[in-house]
Design a protein around this ligand. Structure first.
Ligand code: GDP
Ligand code: MG
Length: 693
């Protein structure tokens, strides 16, 4: 790397941590975040506070003024480091939110409940994080609860997450006797003082009853490190002492290479374990300088380019969340390179528009701060860029780049709704536009025939929450129908043929031929448009119009009007007639050929198949499996965990409506399940089309 004049400024990047918290609902994310904000926000005063009462008062008050732990990003300071915590929601209906956050964060903390262990949703998110190569540390929370099982949770991390846990702490006591931790790096014990909300703690020698166990685990830690890290191995072989700093550096390297996951533990509710966890974030999780340069497409050359996390290179940033706050649009973005100044203009490379940056805001725990510039590695919110939406790249207009967009998901479920009054219709239109701006997995359209508004999204809960936000935040009164599955269509065979359009419109003749070949693609492969034609048969200028027309037709469906997927369309022939072949003629002929081809190539419907995990006490196995069978579920696996059984299965979404109620009643409320979209598949013969229509 070349050193540049403002390298000194870039040193600052080393002290930034952009992290997310990955957790199953109820694992303790909110409780941990509150503690983090409390200890970091007050850290400069901590030593002076003697009056426990005063702090007790402070917390609820702070809560009332809204510690914005629900905002997209909160920033706090710890040991001279700036930690940005990016919110990741727990429910799988909001997969896109999770992917979005994973895309822009550099490291993550996986939180597990010591009683529940690795639960399904944390497993899903953990694997997503693996996909994005996000380094992680783990925090085993709720060590104070009856049934807390530290080593059981570690086992589950190995088995269900395929992780390589590296124990850097042991709990000191368990359940009601959980009083602190053993730090296996420093070989000391940490005991929290009650009475000041865990703000202070003592570091003491490891109590003798725990000493032999601690030594044993320390040995395991060191052997593990030596096995993975040559530097430690060398010292080991030479029988040299490995000091604290060397151990930390080694763990940091291995964590960044995704070769291990350092494991911490505590009880957030009892204020235990939070400060060492913050140390862990600083010590082991990456700074923006540790992550590889971001890649993007240069739209003018069509080539991939890299942008380093540096200040004196062209500006680039990715919008990952839009939020409406007190009527104003906040655009959250991660800056990948360069510097953005308030009042300047940026180029939205996806929308091909210049946008004005009116304000740049740093979002802190409980307040926002106007700042003059945002630099590489920062996560900030801006105001003013009105047309930007999630996934857009903002960049320097003279150095354009499109950063790898965040994958979006197509909605699988829809719901028709009607306003109660005309006034409500207006409110709905405005509200739905806002909500779909915030959430790209949510779509809506007005059905002209029925004059109903149809909203679609990722699951029943997703739509339920959107409808309740309509009522609560936008005060719109609506009646909603039953949720419906969103199907897809595709073809089963190949087809080749052509269509001719020849008509006089307003005294002008339009004439063109377009020949296409259609081929089915594998499930989930998407659509492609190719050109394989003798050069000059159709002038190049018309090709984009032909492609556009076919893409439009794909949106509209063949048999039932659902979007077409997994199809390859190749333009193979055509004709050109001087002064008669117009864009209109090509577009229409292409649409005609496409439609005819689809109808002759064994069109079929595809339905969303969900993957489901049901957790139940053993006694309910019979009725639950019976019910899944009647829903055409395919049982894939049944595993045992103590007295509970975990059933994994796939089933068509259309059969799974109301499943939560059914499961509740068949297990007397003791069963839980998670469900997420898996893939689209052919509608089973025996479930016939009549069911769909
Ligand atoms: P989230 O859904 O992951 O945000 O979880 P919350 O922070 O809301 O916690 C869920 C529940 O677990 C709440 O009732 C918390 O009080 C409780 N809880 C959180 N941390 C602990 C802990 O360390 N010990 C115990 N016993 N309960 C906890
Ligand atoms: Mg919560």
């Amino acid at each position: 790397m070349t050193f540049t004049y403002n390298m000194a400024g870039q040193e600052k990047l080393k002290t930034i941590r952009n992290i997310g918290i990955i957790a199953h609902i109820d694992a303790g994310k909110t409780t941990i975040t509150e503690r983090v904000l409390y200890y970091t926000g007050k850290s400069h005063k901590m030593g002076e506070v003697h009056d426990g009462e005063a702090i007790m008062d402070w917390m609820p008050e702070e809560k009332e003024h809204g510690i914005t732990i629900t905002s997209a990003v909160t920033t706090c300071m710890w040991r001279g480091h700036e930690i940005h915590i990016i919110d990741t929601p727990g429910h799988v209906d909001f997969t896109i939110e999770v992917e979005r956050s994973l895309r822009v964060l550099d490291g993550a903390v996986g939180v597990f409940c010591a009683v529940g262990g690795v639960e399904p949703q944390s497993e899903t998110v953990w694997h997503q994080a693996d996909k994005y190569r996000v380094p992680k540390i783990a925090f085993i929370n709720k060590m104070d609860r009856v049934g807390a099982n530290f080593s059981g949770t570690i086992q589950m991390m190995r088995k269900r997450l395929g992780a390589h846990p590296l124990l850097v702490q042991l709990p000191l006591g368990v359940e009601e006797n959980f009083i602190g931790l053993i730090d296996l790096i420093r070989m000391k014990a940490i005991i929290w003082n009650d009475g000041d909300l865990g703000a202070t703690y003592e570091i003491i020698e490891i109590p003798s009853p725990y000493l032999s166990e601690a030594k044993r685990y320390r040995e395991v830690l060191m052997e593990d490190l030596a096995e993975m890290d040559d530097r430690i191995m060398d010292k080991y072989l030479k029988e040299e002492v490995v000091n604290e700093q060397e151990i930390i550096e080694s763990i940091r390297r291995l964590t960044l290479e995704l070769r291990c996951v350092p494991v911490f533990c505590g009880a957030a509710l009892k204020n235990r374990g939070i400060q060492p966890l913050l140390d862990g974030i600083v010590n082991f999780l990456p700074s923006p300088l540790n992550v590889p340069p971001i890649e993007g497409l240069n739209p003018s050359t069509g080539k991939l380019e890299k942008r380093e996390s540096l200040y004196d290179v062209p500006f680039s940033a990715l919008v990952f969340k839009i939020m409406t706050d007190q009527g104003r649009k906040l655009i959250y973005m991660r800056v990948y390179s360069g510097v953005l100044k308030t009042g300047s203009e940026v180029f939205n490379c996806n929308k091909k528009q210049v946008e004005k940056v009116a304000r740049i805001l740093q979002m802190h725990a409980n307040r926002r701060e106007r700042i003059e510039e945002a630099k590489a590695g920062n996560i900030v919110a801006i105001m003013g860029a009105k047309n930007s939406t999630t996934g857009d790249t903002l960049c320097d207009a003279t150095h354009t780049i499109i950063l790898e967009p965040i994958g979006t998901y197509d909605p699988v479920i829809s719901l028709a709704m009607e306003p109660k009054t005309r006034e409500d219709q207006e409110k709905i239109n405005l509200a739905l536009t806002r909500l779909s701006d915030e959430d790209p997995t949510f779509r809506f359209k007005l059905d002209e025939e029925t004059s109903q508004t149809v909203i679609s999204g990722m699951g029943e809960l997703h739509l339920e929450i959107l409808v309740s936000r309509l009522k609560r935040e936008f005060h719109a009164q609506v009646k909603v129908g039953k949720p419906q599955v969103v199907y897809r269509e595709t073809i089963g065979n190949m087809w080749e043929g052509k269509a001719t359009f020849d008509r006089e419109i307003d005294g002008v003749r339009h004439l063109a031929d377009v020949g296409l070949r259609l081929r089915p693609r594998d499930r989930g492969k998407g659509n492609v448009f190719l050109v394989d034609m003798v050069e000059g048969q159709i002038p190049e200028d018309y090709l984009p119009a032909i492609q556009e027309s076919i893409m439009d037709s794909m949106g509209g469906g063949i048999v039932m009007g659902y979007p077409i997927v997994d199809i390859e369309v190749t333009l193979i022939t055509g004709s050109f007639h001087q002064s008669l072949s117009t864009e209109l003629a090509y577009k229409t002929a292409a649409a005609m050929a496409f439609k005819e081809g689809c109808l002759s190539a064994s069109p079929m419907s595809l339905e969303p198949i969900m993957s489901i995990e049901v957790v139940i006490p053993e006694a309910y196995m019979g009725p639950v499996i019976g019910d899944l069978n009647t829903r055409h579920g395919k049982i894939e696996n049944i595993t045992t965990k103590g007295s509970t059984r975990i059933i994994t299965a796939t089933a068509p979404l259309s059969e799974m409506f109301g499943y939560s109620t059914a499961l509740r009643s068949s297990t007397q409320g003791r069963g839980t399940f998670t469900m997420q979209f898996s893939h689209y598949d052919k509608v089973l013969e025996k479930r016939t089309m009549s069911k769909l229509l």
